[in-house]
Design a protein around this ligand. Structure first.
Ligand SMILES: Nc1ncnc2c1ncn2[C@@H]1O[C@H](COP(=O)(O)OP(=O)(O)OP(=O)(O)O)[C@@H](O)[C@H]1O
Ligand SMILES: [Mg+2]
Length: 314
């Protein structure tokens, strides 16, 4: 058998050389793979908050007299989430590129660095609005139907970011520079419905986000201001403002606390006595188990008005 000769080639060129259909399929596959790594209910919260924190910290490092702030809007009624920051903002080039898989403009000690978080936000959902203010460039765009496009075998073209008018997050009008991103959930997305978490007050959500997202920074930062607004299923609004971010440790917030093993022993005892659907006493809203190093190990399923069902989720 004779071997063929060939010139050195760059295998990574395959993507750009492929005909359009193969290239489009490759890109879709790439996005699907990225989405496959996001399985957590809180992932959209984590990714938006992480990007906002990175951005305000980058601006804070270079500017005096600046109050790094993030505004989080959770609208349970409209099933949407927005995160706005007064950080560095996106210039025109970044605005056009940052949703593309594997594009990151960060380096160094930021929280994010892989360049996939924004892709997940844009293609994991069917509605995203991105607004930016940057010196010399301000824009609002929306992209619709991208989650459905991913599953569509014969789509009529890729989703487009189109110019939009009104920015959902009110806070955006207050900032001189920064980014606001709004995402809407629906039956084909994960999460599907924000009502799934029974919490509907800003104070409750702040605690949850301080455990589940970058708001619960391991190293506290006292300069960062967080404004969290929640609209509940009936349209009632609550708001909480917090100066400083830190991990939510139980002894800072609960009057009574016990070690994980004490709670476990008590749970075992109650399971034996009353069975697995024991209803815990009214009024107790959240119960979390923590290990000694402060890491949360499990949530017990929690129902605000009915009480608490004891189901161990270790
Ligand atoms: N709120 C924001 N303000 C300014 N720039 C942003 C913001 N959100 C995203 N970006 C820019 O878009 C890029 C892509 O964001 P993306 O979340 O995909 O990647 P990443 O944060 O770098 O890494 P990771 O995949 O770990 O999240 C970021 O590197 C950053 O430059
Ligand atoms: Mg990110």
């Amino acid at each position: 058998m004779t071997m063929n000769n060939f010139k050195p080639f760059d295998p990574l060129k395959a993507k750009s050389l492929a005909d359009t259909e193969v290239a489009a399929l490759a890109q879709k596959r790439e996005i699907k793979n990225i989405l496959g790594s996001y399985v957590g209910w809180y992932d959209p919260f984590c990714e938006l908050i992480q990007n906002a924190l990175d951005s305000i910290e980058e601006r804070a490092a270079n500017e005096d007299n600046y109050e790094p702030t993030i505004w989080i809007g959770i609208n349970i009624k409209n099933n949407s989430l927005s995160v706005t920051d007064n950080g560095i903002g996106l210039d025109e080039d970044k605005f056009q590129k940052f949703l593309c898989p594997d594009i990151s403009f960060k380096s160094g000690k930021t929280r994010g660095h892989k360049g996939v978080g924004a892709t997940y936000l844009a293609y994991g959902f069917n509605y995203i609005q991105v607004a930016t203010k940057f010196p010399g460039f301000s824009a609002v765009g929306k992209m619709e139907g991208s989650r459905n496009w991913l599953n569509d075998e014969n789509p009529s073209g890729n989703p487009q970011m189109k110019q939009d008018e009104k920015v959902y997050a009110k806070a955006f009008s207050e900032i001189d520079r920064g980014v606001s991103i709004f995402v809407k959930f629906d039956q084909s997305t994960h999460p599907k419905d924000l009502k799934w978490i029974v919490a509907d007050q800003a104070e409750e959500w702040l605690k949850i986000l301080s455990v589940k997202t970058g708001l619960g920074a391991f190293t506290a930062n006292n300069d960062i201001k967080v404004v969290l607004k929640v609209v509940d299923r009936d349209g009632t609004k609550t708001e909480v403002v917090q100066k400083g971010i830190e991990y939510f440790l139980p002894h800072n917030a609960v009057q009574k606390s016990a070690s994980a093993s004490e709670i476990n022993n008590k749970l075992d005892e109650l399971f034996k006595k009353k069975g697995k659907n024991l209803i815990y006493h009214q009024g107790l809203k959240t119960l979390m188990l923590f290990t000694n190093d402060g890491q949360q190990t499990s949530f017990l399923s929690w129902q605000k008005t009915v009480g608490l069902k004891l189901t161990k989720t270790r």
